[in-house]
Design a protein around this ligand. Structure first.
Ligand code: NAD
Ligand code: HSE
Ligand code: NA
Length: 436
């Protein structure tokens, strides 16, 4: 197609996502040119090893091991190498040279987002990372642009596919935690270091990014309260099911008012109960979804593939097209706004309902003693159940559902229950999210 100017695109990394991005740029070149009004010309692909076997057949003359040189003179740089360095240095080099940058690197954006955004703003370049959170699902752009005129109150996401796969197997097929983890590992769903998934680090990186954008505030990753799924038991999943809930690993970013009246932001990742009729309960297998609540828009749900080479490449290409259009029309790129600078509140300020499971002495007066302990700490019981299936040898199980309580009050209640003569063991404490 004639008449279009060329935009020089440098691709850094040619793994699962990078190879698919290269394929789409080459295969869809004419149509992309028509949509953009300029042609994306792949100037080169930086790789570690020129001879490596690739998922996709690509022209070999595009490959180079000299990433720094490739970045020079590029209009758009796509970073899909992962990791902190050299990705960070190359992105800074690209931005300082005036290029727009597209990345899928959640670890880098979570750790160095403000530094990279400042470098982009300094030269009016655009830094975008739609693929860094929930893969193919459009969520960064909706939060940053589509909802820019609204007030977001809460963002609650299933943003880690492998842990959702594990919890879903436990819920639907009655797998033990170990069995579900083994299947997820065999299917290649887990990161090379599975701790990143199962201890919630990956979800915490995504929570940082979501909270920062939703609330126009820099929310550092170490301010995210993080609990993984390694403590979740088949017993908890069964009790949740019985009570009409499902256990999901949730990344939550929320506007909160603390007990002292401070308005702030809470960012947290933990396994929590949600009602089986909540839209997030229908997110099965390795899928992701983000549930957004905003003052004017109400409830919105974004659902789809959170990972996968071609799926993630779709989000990357969306950002590339947006950057390319900016080159055509001119003007500065959309920047990450941080003007609100809200304080980050501790998890102790969060208020949710809870489900507490206890092993107690099966004797008269136990219920009254436990009700007394709850009341002393200002926690009110909404339901108490004593399942006959868990009664033996003078022991009984109690499953207590509470009304909403502050996390700090609930923690004090649980400590007091642990110290109580009638309680043999506190076997489970799970938060209940997604209720009005
Ligand atoms: N795979 C997914 O489904 C997915 C989803 C969302 C986000 N991401 C993110 O996308 C990025 C890429 O992920 P991926 O799955 O394609 O990883 P990958 O490991 O398949 O690919 C990364 C590639 O970059 C190359 N590389 C690393 N350092 C390099 C260097 N210094 N110079 C040249 N090449 C280098 C590696 O050799 C590898 O081929 C990561 O930041 C990841 O977190 C991936
Ligand atoms: N390990 C991540 C990959 C996508 O970021 C997941 O399980 O969702
Ligand atoms: Na996304």
């Amino acid at each position: 197609m004639n008449g279009y100017r060329d935009l020089r695109v440098a691709l850094l990394g040619c793994g699962s996502v990078g190879a698919q991005v290269a394929r789409l740029i080459i295969e869809n070149g004419d149509e992309l040119a028509a949509r953009i009004g300029a042609r994306l010309t792949l100037a080169g692909i930086a790789v570690r090893d020129l001879e490596s076997k690739r998922d996709v057949e690509l022209p070999r003359d595009l490959f180079t091991t000299d990433a720094e040189r490739l970045v020079q003179g590029a209009d758009i740089v796509i970073e899909l190498m992962g990791g902190i360095e050299p990705a960070r240095g190359l992105i800074l080099q690209a931005l300082q040279g005036g290029a727009d940058v597209v990345t899928a690197n959640k670890a880098l954006i979570a750790a160095h987002g403000p530094e990279l955004a400042a470098a982009a703003e300094q030269v009016g370049a655009q830094l975008s990372y739609e693929a860094a959170v929930a893969g193919a699902i459009p969520i960064i752009r909706p939060l940053r642009e589509s909802l820019a005129g609204d007030h977001i109150t809460r963002v609650m996401g299933i943003v880690n596919g492998s842990t959702n796969y594990i919890l879903d197997r436990m819920d639907r097929f009655g797998d033990s935690a170990d069995d579900a983890m083994r299947v997820a590992s065999e299917l290649g769903f887990l990161e090379a270091d599975p701790t990143l998934d199962v201890e919630g680090y990956d979800a915490a990186q995504k929570a940082t990014i979501l909270a920062s954008i939703a609330f126009h505030t820099n929310v550092p990753v170490d301010a995210v309260h993080r609990e993984g799924i390694t403590t979740v038991t088949a017993d908890q999943i069964e009790a949740a099911k019985h009570a009409g809930y499902v256990v999901k690993l949730l990344a939550i970013a929320e506007r909160l008012t603390a007990a002292d009246g401070t308005d702030g932001v809470s960012a947290r990742v933990y396994p929590a109960l949600i009602g089986r009729d909540h839209p997030l309960a229908a997110v099965h297998g390795g899928k992701n979804a983000v549930f957004v609540e905003a003052e004017a828009a109400g409830e919105l749900m974004f659902y789809g593939a959170g990972a996968g080479g071609s799926e993630t490449a779709s989000a990357v290409l969306g950002d590339v097209v947006s950057a390319a259009r900016r080159h055509v029309v001119g003007g500065p790129g959309i920047s990450g706004s941080r003007h609100a600078e809200l304080p980050i509140l501790s998890v102790g300020e969060v208020s949710t309902a809870y489900q507490i499971m206890l092993e107690v002495r099966d004797q008269p007066g136990v219920l009254a003693a436990i009700a007394g302990t709850l009341a002393e700490h200002g926690v009110s019981a909404a339901s108490v159940e004593q399942p006959v299936s868990h009664q033996a040898d003078g022991r009984a199980r109690l499953v207590i559902g509470t009304h909403r309580a502050r996390e700090a009050d609930l923690a004090a209640t649980v400590d007091a229950l642990r110290g109580s003569d009638v309680v043999l063991e506190v076997t489970s404490v799970l938060r209940l999210e997604g209720e009005a």
